[in-house]
Ligand binder design. Structure first.
Ligand SMILES: C[S@@+](CC[C@H](N)C(=O)[O-])C[C@H]1O[C@@H](n2cnc3c(N)ncnc32)[C@H](O)[C@@H]1O
Length: 251
C-alpha cells in the first residue's frame, strides 16, 4: 500500500471528538479512529495528553496515539508566529507518514471546522507541497452539549445565531447583542466571565443565559450564568444566550 509518493493512498482525516464526554463521540468518528493507520492528537506539552486524546483513549482503550505539540499562545501575546511555526513543525512530522501512504486521523475537540487546529495543520501541509486527500468527520460542539445539558432551545423559527469569542475582552459579545432576536454563543470567554455576565445584565439578556465549564469532564460545572459566581473560569468555558424574551427551559 505504501507508495512513497504520498499521493496515491495517503489520507488525512480531521475527526471531531466532541467536547469531553466520550459518549458524544459519533459512530463515524469511532469507525475512522479504528480503521486509520495512525491517530494523532494535538497537545501543548509532549509529555501530557491533550483533551482530544483523553476523550478517544477513554472511548477506545488501547488506541495508540501520536502527540503533535502545538503552540496555543494568543495573538495578544504575539503568538501568531509561534503558532504558525508549530503548525509547520506538526505538518513536517506528518509528511513522512503520509508519504508512506498512511491514512492519518487527527483528533480535535468539538467539530474540526469550528475554531480548530485542523484547518491550520492542513494549510501547513499544503504549504509543504502535500497534495493528498483530506476530509473531516463532524463532531458535537461544546455549545450543543451545553444547550442539551440545560434544556436551552438555542434557535426556533427564523431566529439566527452569533458564535463569538471573548479571549481578550467582551467587545465581540457586545456587538452580537445589538440584535436582541439573535442567540449568542460565547467561546474562549472564561477569563472574562464576570464582565460577560455584567454586559448581559446591562442588555437585559442575563435571564436564560447559561454557562458550562469543562463540559463532559469530571469537574464539569453547568449553571445559569447569573449563578456562576464571581471571578474567571477556565479556558474550557462556554456561554449560551438565547434570543431575548425567552426564559431557560428545564431539561
Ligand atoms: C479552540 S475552541 C474549540 C471549539 C471546538 N472545535 C467546538 O467545535 O466546540 C475552544 C473553546 O471551545 C469551548 N469548549 C470546548 N470544549 C469545551 C468543554 N468541554 N466545556 C466548555 N467549553 C468548551 C470553550 O469556549 C473553549 O474556549
Amino acid at each position: 500500500m505504501a507508495d512513497g509518493t504520498g499521493t496515491a493512498t495517503a489520507r488525512l482525516t480531521g475527526v471531531g471528538v466532541g467536547p469531553g464526554d466520550p459518549e458524544l463521540l459519533t459512530l463515524g468518528a469511532t469507525s475512522v479512529l479504528r480503521s486509520a493507520d495512525r491517530v494523532v492528537a494535538p497537545t501543548t506539552d509532549a509529555a501530557t495528553p491533550g483533551r482530544a486524546e483523553s476523550i478517544v483513549t477513554t472511548a477506545l482503550p488501547g488506541l495508540a496515539v501520536d502527540r503533535l505539540v502545538f503552540d496555543m499562545s494568543p495573538d495578544s501575546s504575539g503568538g501568531a508566529q509561534a503558532r504558525e511555526a508549530s503548525h509547520r513543525a506538526a505538518a513536517e512530522r506528518l509528511l513522512p507518514w503520509l508519504a508512506n501512504g498512511e491514512h492519518v486521523a487527527f483528533v480535535t475537540l468539538g467539530d474540526p471546522h469550528i475554531y480548530s487546529t485542523f484547518p491550520s495543520l492542513l494549510r501547513a501541509l499544503r504549504g509543504l507541497g502535500w497534495r493528498g486527500e483530506a476530509a473531516t468527520v463532524p463532531g458535537i460542539t461544546a455549545f450543543q452539549a451545553l444547550a442539551a445539558a440545560t434544556g436551552t432551545v438555542l434557535l426556533d423559527g427564523t431566529e439566527s445565531l452569533s458564535l463569538v469569542t471573548a479571549l481578550d475582552g467582551v467587545e465581540l459579545v457586545e456587538q452580537a447583542l445589538e440584535d436582541p432576536g439573535r442567540a449568542v454563543v460565547v467561546y474562549k470567554g472564561g477569563r472574562h466571565l464576570t464582565a460577560i455576565a455584567e454586559l448581559l445584565a446591562r442588555h437585559d439578556r442575563l435571564d436564560g443565559a447559561v454557562f458550562g465549564e469543562r463540559l463532559g469532564l469530571d469537574d464539569e460545572r453547568v449553571a445559569p450564568l447569573s449563578e456562576a459566581g464571581e471571578g474567571p473560569a477556565s479556558y474550557l468555558a462556554t456561554v449560551v444566550v438565547p434570543p431575548a424574551g425567552r426564559a431557560r427551559k428545564d431539561p
